[in-house]
Design a protein around this ligand. Sequence first.
Ligand code: ZN
Length: 60
Amino acid sequence: MKCTFCGKEMEKGTGKLVVKADGKILSFCKSKCEKNSIIRNPRRVAWTEVFKEQKQTKKV
Ligand SMILES: [Zn+2]
């Protein structure tokens, strides 16, 4: 399972699962990711996989 926010692979039994009211399941590898997901867009946060992928896509 991957962290919803930073996109890093996390081991089973680690991190935190959050079920939203609309049924979506979010997984976070650490509380830092959980907090940031509420206030920030992962595409604008330099340490997320989404941000890195976005950067790579722009280059191509
Ligand atoms: Zn994370």
